[in-house]
Design a binder for this molecule. Structure first.
Ligand SMILES: C[S@@+](CC[C@H](N)C(=O)[O-])C[C@H]1O[C@@H](n2cnc3c(N)ncnc32)[C@H](O)[C@@H]1O
Length: 207
């Protein structure tokens, strides 16, 4: 795997991250501009950072979330083939929400293999929603359990294939734990790996 570290938004301050707890806005801004995206889908909207960036960039964006209190929607029910040129998939950290009970909920308690398979199925389903040449970016969290690091990006690449783009390392300049904020803007202390596939790398044109 070729890895490339993403520039951290040096201007970001902890106060600005309140509405974007995963600090995903600078990443989404970069993806939209790099791929010149004209229509974006975020099927795991969470706090809505992607939609806010799209509003600011005047780029049409559709979102959904299985745990949206007003209109919950499972990404596997999205049926808009060939509609988007950028999909941003940001699944929960493995086993991060023990209260989740939907079988498709990324945060629910399941084995690591089942979690990776669920992510693979999501990537392949969402790739169908892309226009030819469109990209899907997966913000793949690392999980640490019992001293072992589980790397979703690595295991997804093993299942669906190596992307032609370098894998981005997305550092989080600040990290919150038990109510405390740790880290320093020049010393990122946590990161996700971001894998970007082109539609044709995942789905054969005649499928
Ligand atoms: C890591 S959070 C996304 C954070 C988001 N990028 C933000 O800006 O806040 C993952 C989200 O995926 C949602 N989710 C989990 N499984 C889902 C599914 N099958 N379909 C749609 N959303 C799902 C969760 O409810 C959660 O809000």
């Amino acid at each position: 795997m070729v890895l490339k570290t993403l520039d951290v938004d040096q201007q970001a301050q902890p106060a600005e991250l309140k509405g974007d707890p995963y600090h995903i806005a600078p990443l989404v801004r970069g993806l939209i501009s790099y791929y010149k995206a004209e229509r974006v889908l975020d099927p795991t909207a969470g706090s809505g950072a992607t939609a806010k960036v799209c509003d600011e960039q005047v780029v049409p964006c559709d979102t959904c979330d299985l745990n949206d209190p007003l209109a919950p929607m499972d990404l596997f029910d999205i049926d808009a083939e060939g509609h988007y040129d950028l999909v941003v998939l940001h699944p929960d950290v493995w086993r991060s929400r023990p209260e989740a009970d939907h079988p498709h909920d990324f945060g629910a308690t399941m084995s690591w293999d089942a979690y990776v398979d669920l992510n693979r199925d999501a990537v392949l389903h969402l790739a169908r929603m892309l226009r030819p040449g469109g990209r899907i970016a997966v913000v793949a969290p690392l999980a640490r359990k019992k001293g072992r690091v589980h790397d979703l990006a690595r295991d997804l690449v093993c299942l669906v294939g190596e992307p032609s783009e370098p894998i981005l390392v997305h550092p989080h300049p600040f990290c919150r734990s038990q109510g405390n904020m740790y880290g320093h803007r020049y010393i990122p202390i946590a990161h996700d790996n971001v894998v970007v596939w082109k539609k044709e790398e995942l789905i054969a044109p005649d499928e």
